[in-house]
Design a protein around this ligand. Structure first.
Ligand SMILES: Cc1cc2nc3c(=O)[nH]c(=O)nc-3n(C[C@H](O)[C@H](O)[C@H](O)COP(=O)(O)OP(=O)(O)OC[C@H]3O[C@@H](n4cnc5c(N)ncnc54)[C@H](O)[C@@H]3O)c2cc1C
Length: 418
């Protein structure tokens, strides 16, 4: 009885959404099929699009300002000079060939009452909206940073890697102190800052660069905590002369002219700095009233707590799950399937107290071109409670995980855009 009621509610919701769209959407031609708009053509958005399109049941639109995709996972190989950028880039040709309407633009506003998203030049109506907009950096967290952002690229979003690549190349030629700051979680891919330090250190050894990489960590140890031991061991044993690791340091401000970072443990001078800032969902999400720092979602559905026609997947959503591409892609797929099932009147929402498996994560902490530490994350939620997350981490960096990382990258990029 309960599930019949729920299905009726969902049908009722969809019927209401469709009716609103016919009356309220003069800006774009109406469509017989439900309109699903996906914002963001990264990991989460591509998961949703790939699940939504087969069968032609929905009128799907993908809005993304970039011409193509660039992976952050594994792109350290480009940043440290071991692989060309093109190894981590893909075009959207497959998406175009699947009949998805791709709009190369940036969404600037969400009109929730009118079920319409807005770019600078057009309005696009939706019946279902999937937001997969990734994140933005909290520049105000470090006084002195905003005026010098070009000098200190973060490089944790697609295509920003080239600025960090140029900075690293200069450091490798000139030597000196290369600072990497690590914020407190939640931030995108917790192992990534340490991976960056290790691969730059490997390059220093090969090129004979004089100086060191200084990792200034706001945390007690490398994140996530189960990674701390194998990562510290790798940094110490492989790069004892290249990496200095300082834990529990709070950066207070940065002086770009003097090249000095003021911290809770004193001033740290540097020649080059990769300042990895705290992160949050883009302003678009907060402006639309979908959350404070990140979007509030219900689990396991990833449906916005504030708006039943909106789903938020990937790093913009605020459930305490790792900020991982693997999870983003899986959550996008799950939401796409859920929307199709809802439209077909077949979606059965989980009941309060049910335990449901959530999309899993695999993250890779590469410590050299041939060694990596695998972090396998499984999670589940008892509906109504916070999710349970458990980690399985390699006890030591190894060659099998390094190969596994490359295989995973190839397979995942193919699933997204192959
Ligand atoms: C160095 C590094 C290493 C990593 N390694 C791993 C790993 O080993 N395994 C793993 O699983 N994850 C890894 N990650 C994490 C992974 O990259 C992220 O979790 C993933 O990108 C999140 O997907 P997303 O869809 O939320 O955001 P993104 O992939 O960033 O996609 C967001 C998209 O939204 C678009 N967008 C933003 N705002 C708007 C707007 N207003 N209008 C239209 N479009 C918009 C952007 O252009 C972008 O294309 C790593 C990350 C980094 C930085």
């Amino acid at each position: 009885m309960g599930s019949v009621k729920r299905r009726l509610v969902l049908r009722g919701f969809f019927a209401a959404a469709a009716a609103a769209s016919v009356t309220g959407c003069a800006a774009v031609a109406t469509s017989a099929r439900p309109r699903v708009v996906v914002v963001g053509g990264g990991w989460g958005g591509l998961g949703a699009v790939r699940a939504l399109v087969p069968g032609g049941k929905v009128d799907a639109t993908l809005i993304e300002p970039n011409d193509g995709f660039m992976s952050c996972p594994l792109s350290i190989l480009y940043i440290a000079g071991y692989a060309p950028a093109s190894d981590f880039q893909r075009g959207y040709d497959v998406i175009d060939s699947l009949g998805v309407r791709r709009v190369k633009d940036r969404v600037v506003d969400i009109d929730r009452a009118g079920r319409m998203i807005k770019t600078a030049t057009r309005s696009i109506p939706y019946d279902f909206l999937v937001l997969a907009t990734g994140l933005e950096y909290m520049e105000e967290a470090l006084p002195g940073y905003a005026g010098a952002r070009d000098q200190f690229p973060v490089g944790f979003r697609a295509f920003e890697q080239s600025a960090v690549r140029r900075q690293v190349a200069t450091f490798l030629d000139q030597g000196g102190h290369y600072l990497i700051t690590v914020p407190k979680p939640p931030y995108r891919c917790p192992p990534a800052p340490y991976e960056r330090a290790c691969l730059i250190a490997q390059r220093m050894k090969e090129k004979g660069t004089k100086g060191k990489v200084i990792v200034v960590d706001a945390n007690k140890g490398p994140m996530p905590p189960p990674l701390a031991k194998p990562m510290l061991t790798a940094m110490r044993e492989m790069y004892g002369a290249q990496i200095e690791y300082i834990n529990e340091v709070d950066p207070k401000s940065i002086d770009p002219g003097k090249k000095s970072l003021a911290t809770s443990k004193g001033d740290i001078p540097f020649q080059h700095a990769n300042i990895i800032l705290p992160m949050r969902a883009p302003g678009l999400i907060r402006k639309a009233g979908l959350g404070e720092r990140f979007a509030g979602v219900e689990l396991p559905s990833f449906r916005s707590r504030a708006d039943k026609s909106i789903f938020v997947v990937g790093d913009s959503q605020g459930a305490p799950l790792p900020k991982s591409g693997h999870i983003a892609f899986g959550a996008g797929q799950q939401v796409g399937e859920q929307i199709l099932a809802t439209i077909a009147g077949k979606h059965k929402a989980a009941d309060l107290g049910d335990e449901v498996t959530l999309p899993g994560a695999i993250c890779w902490g590469k410590v050299s071109t041939s060694l990596a530490i695998m972090i396998n994350v499984t999670s589940s939620v008892v509906v109504g409670d916070p999710p349970k997350v458990s980690y399985e981490v390699d006890p030591a960096a190894n060659a099998a995980s390094s190969k596994g990382a490359m295989d995973w990258g190839r397979d995942t990029w193919n699933a997204m855009l192959g």
